[in-house]
Design a protein around this ligand. Structure first.
Ligand code: UD1
Ligand code: CA
Length: 481
């Protein structure tokens, strides 16, 4: 009964040591991001989804930065990093992972750090197709196979892979190419790679020799996959293209789960963002970081949400920017509102156009509808913050807090010089500059008293005319020319 066997333990090796010359970048290729994740995040994530219990990432160029970025974006993942000091070829790269897999007895999945479109399903197909053979690998059939390793077959069975630079003209016409995704029995892998040499046009250790070694023995299994999936990123145009495909996939998943995306072509989104059902996302929205959006929310055109946490029924009007902030259910933001880090809004809060909040709490039902700056403030429930109100939180050295009690009414154009407390139910007269605490229920007037001078305009004009005549100025008609 050969079938009922439990599958051998699976480890993965992700090759990410290359520089990526064609990116024309100071930054290693796998550090470039798509959907908010470094490129190497994708194959690692897919291997984890498949059930790999250990991932060895082979790093070289900017090894420390790559390790830091991947650890940060995959907290708690079973990652190990193996350094390939010199990039002597793909076989040499896999060998760099050998030590980190010394105690691994099972199978090894090998992926490239620059192929972010591979799906878990494709990985699974390659692993499952191996069966009792030593090696399986993914192939794709391309109209333009240039640059890829060609799959040479004999009697229908793959015998080896020939790189573009080593291929004969006849081999170059082969359209079935190596996608760069392999699954190998671990023991076989190390034995075969020990024999790899550099007798080829590029003087490199070729991982593709693994396929020839398997074919000489019990055989290698070629697994055809969709060409689009194994697309690699070599330059910025391909980076943009994979980002587009990844975004479309996310948009597709949202739509299937009941989210309306008005224009999937004009939508940007990081990986692993949650959006609740019946939410509507208007064109040009950008969702980033650890953003969570509840049910029945509307995210208006051009809004940018970074690490934003929105409860249900929140309406974000166009061109609002939210960063590291929490928004309670039924709140209404924007258009053109800006919530900066540490803003915490309770239910039913309104923050309107050209209002900026930073490290500020707004209690249930409070409103700051127009042109305000609220920084380092704790604002109670049912507070009305009039247009143009400013919390002066900074004295040039330190930040200070403003506290406003429940139900207070802050008149328009008020300047609240912190530290300051406005009591519950207090009223602040429009145009006040306040530097002292206002007791509960009091009216605070902090502005110069108004004085009206009756008949002043006529007296002023008369005086002006007299002055002109006395100085002999003015044309014949008194026009002043
Ligand atoms: C390789 C395959 C080719 C296949 C193609 C698919 C070989 C010899 N050729 O070619 O058959 O069609 O992928 O995309 O394997 N890397 C290292 N260290 C090294 C060399 C490479 O980490 O010393 C990494 C690269 O950073 C990259 C991956 O391995 O992530 C693939 O290397 P690359 O040079 O792009 O291989 P190709 O020439 O494209
Ligand atoms: Ca190469």
């Amino acid at each position: 009964m050969p079938s009922a066997k439990t599958p051998a333990p699976l480890a993965a090796v992700v090759l990410a040591a290359g520089k990526g010359t064609r990116m024309k970048s100071q930054k290693a290729k796998v550090l470039h991001e798509a959907c908010g994740r470094p490129l190497a995040w994708f194959p690692i994530r897919r291997a984890l989804e498949l059930g790999a219990d250990r991932i060895v990432v082979v790093v070289g160029h900017q090894a420390e930065e790559v390790e830091r970025a991947l650890r940060a974006s995959l907290p708690g993942a079973p990652l190990r990093f193996a350094l390939q000091r010199e990039q002597l070829g793909t076989a040499h790269a896999v060998l760099a992972a050998k030590e980190a897999l010394a105690d691994h007895d099972g199978q090894v999945l090998i992926l490239s750090g620059d192929t972010p479109l591979l799906t878990t399903g494709t990985l699974r197909a390659v692993v499952e197709a191996r069966g009792a053979k030593p090696v399986s690998f993914a192939t794709m059939t391309l109209d333009e196979p240039f640059g890829y390793g060609r799959v040479v077959r004999a009697k229908g069975k793959p015998t080896r892979i020939v790189e573009e630079k080593d291929a004969t003209p006849a081999q170059r016409r082969i359209r079935e190419v190596n996608a760069g995704l392999y699954c190998s029995d671990a023991a076989f892998l190390w034995k075969a790679l020990a024999k790899a040499d550099t007798r080829n046009a590029q003087n490199e250790y070729y991982l593709t020799d693994l396929v020839a070694a398997a074919a000489r023995g019990r055989g290698a299994v070629a697994v055809p996959v969709a060409p689009g999936e194994a697309a690699g990123v070599n330059d910025r145009a391909q980076l943009a293209e994979v980002a587009r495909v990844l975004t479309q996939r996310i948009a597709g998943a949202y739509m299937r789960s009941g989210v309306t995306i008005e224009s999937p072509d004009r939508f940007d989104c990081d990986e692993e963002i949650e959006v609740g059902a019946d939410s509507v996302i208007e064109p040009g929205v950008r969702l980033r970081g650890r953003t969570r959006i509840g049910a029945r929310c509307t995210i208006g055109q051009g809004a940018v949400l970074v690490d934003a946490r929105l409860a249900d029924d929140v309406v974000v009007r166009p061109y609002t920017v939210i960063e590291d902030a929490e928004v309670g259910a039924g709140s209404l933001l924007g258009p053109f509102a800006r919530l900066r880090p540490g803003s915490v809004l309770a239910e039913g809060v309104h923050v309107g156009n050209f209002t900026e909040t930073k490290k500020t709490r707004l209690g249930k039902g409070s409103k700051a509808n127009h042109l305000s700056y609220l920084g380092d403030a704790v604002i109670g429930a049912g507070v009305n913050v009039g247009a143009g109100t400013i919390t002066c939180n900074y004295d040039g050295e330190k930040k200070h807090e403003t506290r406003i009690g429940d139900g207070a009414f802050i008149g328009s154009d008020s300047i609240l010089v912190a530290p300051i407390q406005i009591g519950a139910g207090a009223y602040v007269a429009a145009g006040s500059t306040l530097t002292k605490a206002v007791p509960d229920g009091a009216l605070a007037l902090g502005r110069a008293r108004q004085e009206n001078k009756e008949g002043w305009t006529a007296r002023m004009l008369e005086a002006r005319a007299r002055a002109k005549v006395a100085s002999g100025g003015g044309g014949p008609d008194g026009s002043g020319v």
